[in-house]
Design a protein around this ligand. Structure first.
Ligand SMILES: Cc1cc2nc3c(=O)[nH]c(=O)nc-3n(C[C@H](O)[C@H](O)[C@H](O)COP(=O)(O)O)c2cc1C
Length: 199
């Protein structure tokens, strides 16, 4: 089957994208509003964008309820130019999910999610204490790309739980990262090397 996305409506194209690009990691983004309200929200349109200097990319879409104002994360990143990406372990899945709801901008989403804000080193935005990995970022570029905004963040500090790091490598099974599929989620249950054995 060959599909021309130009012949489809937006939702159908979205379904094809999120079913093909799987599993996706989740950036759990902390940010602060102009009024000092703390915000958290998950973004699975997320990846590494540069190794040196280290940069990360995420894509923020429009609100789905028909509202014309931007998502709080986009507003905060535009205004404050800084944010933190926290990695979601499976143990944090429910807390992360709570922050994907359409909360009003005056709601502190750390409180709503029941997670602990901890001061960062160089950005004036807290990280999630319960996250095993967090990355402090400044906004390097913000690009309007079709319906979405592509945000490139420069990673300024890397926080990692001590037990997770050995010989400079992350213990992936210890991290137990939550993956986003199309509508549902996955976790890593096995790791293997290539080539696979025939047996
Ligand atoms: C696992 C997961 C991944 C998501 N990924 C994205 C994404 O990549 N881009 C996006 O715009 N919204 C994404 N969303 C929806 C936002 O998290 C949601 O719109 C949230 O309310 C935005 O919050 P904010 O207004 O506080 O920024 C995702 C939701 C979930 C549960």
């Amino acid at each position: 089957m060959i599909i021309d996305p130009a012949q489809l409506d937006t939702l159908s194209v979205y379904k094809l994208l999120v079913g093909a690009v799987v599993p996706r990691p989740i950036a759990w983004v902390s940010s602060r509003s102009r009024d000092g309200i703390l915000n958290l929200a998950p973004f699975s349109f997320f990846t590494v964008a540069s190794r040196e200097p280290p940069m990360l990319a995420l894509s923020i879409g429009p609100r789905t309820g028909g509202e014309s104002y931007p998502k709080d994360t986009l507003t905060n990143l535009r205004e404050q130019q800084q944010f933190v990406i926290n990695i979601v372990s499976v143990s944090l899945a429910n807390a992360m999910h709570e922050t994907s709801m359409n909360h009003l901008p005056d709601v502190d989403e750390f409180v709503r999610a029941g997670v602990t804000p901890v001061r960062c080193e160089v950005v004036d935005v807290p990280r999630v204490a319960e996250a095993k990995i967090s990355m402090e970022c400044s906004v390097e570029h913000m690009l309007k790309l079709g319906s979405d905004y592509l945000v490139i963040g420069r990673m300024l500090r890397y926080h990692v739980q001590d037990e997770l790091l050995s010989d400079g490598r992350i213990d992936i099974l210890g991290l137990d990262p939550l993956g986003r599929m199309a509508g549902n989620f996955t976790r890593i249950e096995s790791l293997f090397d290539l080539p696979l054995n025939d047996s």
